[in-house]
Design a binder for this molecule. Structure first.
Ligand code: GTP
Ligand code: MG
Length: 241
């Protein structure tokens, strides 16, 4: 792909309101292909970081660079064409499973959709539905489980083949077998792409190339799991609490 996915935040500050700051002076850089885990208590700024990266909001101060280019100088549509989102409430629309997965890349053939679904471990449950890939889904995804919705959104992202991936890990309980399928599919999806994960699972956090510990809109600590444990700071206290 044309975008390699190196990401830099340079002194990035932002507020949702006119007054005050939500995140302030964020500095970090991510090499292409790395996985970054965003951790920290509620309200720390994790979602805000990915909102800024995807330009759902623009930074008030500082710069965000992708492959050295200021994202504010890139059209939102072109920026997002290099990104895929796998969110907790994966968004489905009323349409067939074919159409819902193809949303990742509108020119994909049926064979390509099925191939992506297989890589996402979604093919086996889809085939068991009465109309298979032609089953019509409702916006709420009635009749399929939370975990199956996640598998569909992973299939969509695999098909899109983005350079940057934004993942909000599910907190809801998903049965163990589906959870294993999701983890395996995510590993395939994340391999070789820069991934920002709002991480809730210890396993994901431990494996990340870099952990950003956010607190009150700032980066309190950053490093790998091992590094942060050695530091005996906030992360260490979270881990041992
Ligand atoms: P959790 O998702 O709860 O774990 O928190 P988070 O780390 O994702 O925090 P987030 O980035 O959503 O929020 C950071 C701060 O910005 C918090 O104080 C929020 O109340 C505030 N905030 C988030 N979204 C909005 C918004 O749309 N409008 C306003 N005014 N404030 C917001
Ligand atoms: Mg959040």
């Amino acid at each position: 792909p044309s975008v390699k996915g190196k990401v830099e935040f340079q002194e990035v500050s932002f507020s949702y309101e006119k007054e005050g700051t939500t995140v302030a002076g964020l500095n970090f850089s991510v090499k292409e292909g790395e996985t970054v885990a965003l951790v920290g208590p509620t309200g720390a700024g994790k979602t805000t970081v990915v909102n800024l990266l995807s330009r759902f909001y623009d930074a008030d101060k500082g710069q965000i660079l992708i492959d050295g280019h200021d994202i504010q100088k890139v059209k939102r549509s072109s920026l997002r064409s290099h990104m895929a989102f796998v969110l907790q409430d994966s968004f489905l629309f009323e349409g067939t499973i074919f159409e819902n997965i193809r949303y990742g890349r509108l020119d994909a053939t049926d064979e390509e959709v099925i191939k992506a679904a297989k890589l996402a471990n979604a093919d086996s449950f889809i085939k068991k539905l009465s109309k298979g890939y032609s089953t019509v889904l409702s916006q709420e995804g009635r009749g399929i489980s939370q975990g199956q919705k996640q598998l569909l959104s992973i299939a969509r992202a695999i098909l899109a083949d983005p350079s940057l991936l934004i993942l909000d890990e599910a907190t809801s309980s998903i049965d163990t077998i589906t959870e294993m399928k999701i983890q395996e599919a995510l590993q395939r999806l994340m391999k070789g792409r820069t991934s920002f994960v709002i991480a809730h699972r210890l396993n994901t956090i431990q494996k990340a190339d870099q952990i950003l510990v956010l607190h009150d809109g700032g980066i309190l600590e950053k490093g790998t799991h091992e590094e942060l444990l050695v530091n005996k700071g906030f992360y260490h206290s979270l881990y041992h609490s």
